[in-house]
Design a protein around this ligand. Structure first.
Ligand code: E4P
Length: 217
């Protein structure tokens, strides 16, 4: 499963990129606003740090303006992935852009039927929002299971990008279902490394090592 960082914070992205485990980045207008940075500038910086896809979202609602915005965004770098909402105009834009060889991430997906439409429109990624789904009394992981089943039934190449990830259990469940990608806030990715028994084990080994009076270097 690929790991994307769901953030526009440069230091956090550099930190995760240094682990060698980061496959891409997703941003959205809220994350850009939270960073307090200029959209074009920060996107360019992120694209230079990460080799994989960096999602940059259009804000227009109509197809013609989405195409104009995508034209500006895709000039930022070769690894920009244009993010469009799951609407009729968004999917028209998706079809046109992927037809030209541009990566597209279809966002704000909340049903398996929507995911089916995105795949038919040639989306590179479909982003079902599991956390927001859970928040509203649904089971986000049921949605991922349904999309996996449908995409496998028809051999769709669209990658399932689990978004709105809130905790490590979301990551585990998504991996068990066979989602292609998950995007999570840096804190959730860091939490994946942690286990109380790992910490306890290190503590015990170091205490015993100290008793030997030896050093490796
Ligand atoms: C990523 O592509 C999405 O925009 C993001 O995961 C949404 O997360 P949120 O529901 O925590 O805002």
């Amino acid at each position: 499963m690929k790991f994307f960082a769901d953030t526009a914070e440069i230091d956090a992205i550099k930190d995760l990129a240094a682990t060698g485990l980061l496959d891409g980045v997703t941003t959205n207008p809220s994350l850009i606003a939270k960073s307090g940075r200029d959209f074009m500038e920060v996107t360019k910086e992120i694209c230079a740090i990460v080799d994989g896809p960096v999602s940059a979202e259009v804000v227009a609602l109509d197809h013609a303006t989405m195409m104009k915005e995508a034209e500006v965004l895709r000039k930022i770098a070769d690894n920009v992935c244009i993010k469009v909402p799951l609407t009729v105009d968004g999917l028209k834009t998706c079809k046109a852009l992927t037809g030209e060889g541009t990566m597209v991430n279809v966002t704000l997906c909340f049903s398996a039927n929507q995911a089916l439409l995105a795949a038919k429109a040639g989306a590179t990624f479909i982003s079902p929002f599991v956390g927001r789904h859970d928040d509203n009394g649904f089971d986000g992981m049921d949605l991922i299971e349904d999309i996996r089943l449908i995409y496998d039934n028809y051999d769709f190449e669209t990658e399932i990008l689990v978004a709105s990830v809130r905790h490590v259990t979301h990551v585990l469940q998504a991996a068990k279902i066979g989602a292609d990608v998950m995007t999570a806030p840096p804190a959730v990715i860091h939490a994946l490394f942690k286990h109380v028994l790992t910490d306890k084990g290190i503590e015990g080994f170091l205490a015993d090592w100290a008793k030997t009076g030896q050093s490796i270097l």
